[in-house]
Design a protein around this ligand. Structure first.
Ligand code: FAD
Length: 192
C-alpha cells in the first residue's frame, strides 16, 4: 500500500497552512483564549476563510464544491487544528452538516441551506450523539413520529458543536423502529 501523499494534495495542504498562518492564526493568537467566540467574530472568520476553499472542500461538484478526497479532508482538518483547534472543530462541524444536506437533503433543503452554509449566512449544528450513543449509533433512543406535515420528536441529544449559535440544526432520530432494528443504517431520518 502506498502511504505517500499525492503531490497535488501536499501542495494544497501547504497552501492551506500558509493561508491559516497569515490570515487566521494571528487573530486567534491575539484574542483572549478564555472568552467564547461571539457570532460577529465567527461571521468575520468565515468571510476571511472564503478564498482558501475549506468551505467547499467536502461538497460535491454539483453545488460548486471541490469534492476533495477523504485523505485530503483529514489533512486539511489537521492543518486547521494546528492553527486554531476550537475554530477547526466549529468550522468542520458546520461543514459536515452542509455536506450532508448537499449530498442527501431534499431539494428545498439544498436550495435553502447549501449556499447559505458555504457563505456562513446560515450556521449549522449536528444533533446526532446522545448520552448513551456516541460511536454506537445502533443505540439511538431519540424517536420521531410523523404527525401530519411535521414530526413529534422525543429524546435527548449531546455535544452539539455550534449549538449556541446554529441557525440550522440537523437532527438524527429513528422514525421507523422495525427497519432500524433490522439494520441501524435504515429507519433513521436526518431533519433540519
Ligand atoms: C470536540 C467534539 C465535538 C463534538 N461535536 C459533536 C457534534 O457537533 N454533534 C454530535 O452529535 N456529536 C458531537 N461530538 C460527540 C462525538 O460524536 C462523540 O464523542 C463520538 O461519536 C464518540 O462517542 P463517545 O464520546 O460516546 O465515545 P464512545 O463511543 O463511548 O467511544 C469510546 C472509545 O471506544 C472506542 N469504540 C467505540 N466503539 C467501538 C467499537 N465498536 N469497536 C472498537 N472500539 C470502539 C472509540 O474509538 C473510543 O476510543 C463531539 C465530540 C467532541 C470531542
Amino acid at each position: 500500500m502506498d502511504f505517500a501523499i499525492p503531490a497535488d494534495v501536499e501542495h494544497r495542504r501547504l497552501a492551506f497552512r500558509d493561508f491559516l498562518a497569515r490570515e487566521i492564526q494571528p487573530i486567534g493568537d491575539r484574542r483572549d483564549a478564555g472568552s467564547p467566540l461571539a457570532r460577529h467574530e465567527l461571521d468575520d472568520l468565515v468571510a476571511r476563510l472564503q478564498p482558501c476553499g475549506i468551505m467547499h472542500a467536502s461538497l460535491p461538484h454539483e453545488v460548486g464544491g471541490t469534492n476533495r478526497s477523504l485523505l485530503e479532508r483529514v489533512l486539511l482538518a489537521e492543518e486547521f487544528a494546528r492553527a486554531w483547534p476550537s475554530l477547526a472543530v466549529t468550522i468542520d462541524s458546520h461543514n459536515i452538516v452542509v455536506e450532508i444536506i448537499a449530498r442527501q437533503g431534499q431539494p428545498w433543503m439544498k436550495d435553502r441551506y447549501v449556499e447559505a452554509g458555504i457563505t456562513g449566512r446560515a450556521f449549522m449544528g449536528d444533533m446526532m450523539s446522545e448520552p448513551q450513543a456516541g460511536s454506537d449509533t445502533r443505540n439511538l433512543t431519540t424517536r420521531a413520529v410523523a404527525d401530519g406535515d411535521h414530526y413529534v420528536v422525543d429524546g435527548t441529544k449531546m455535544w452539539t458543536t455550534n449549538g449556541v449559535w446554529a441557525d440550522v440544526a440537523l437532527l438524527t432520530a429513528v422514525a421507523n423502529e422495525a427497519a432500524y432494528r433490522r439494520d441501524p443504517r435504515r429507519g433513521v431520518i436526518h431533519h433540519s
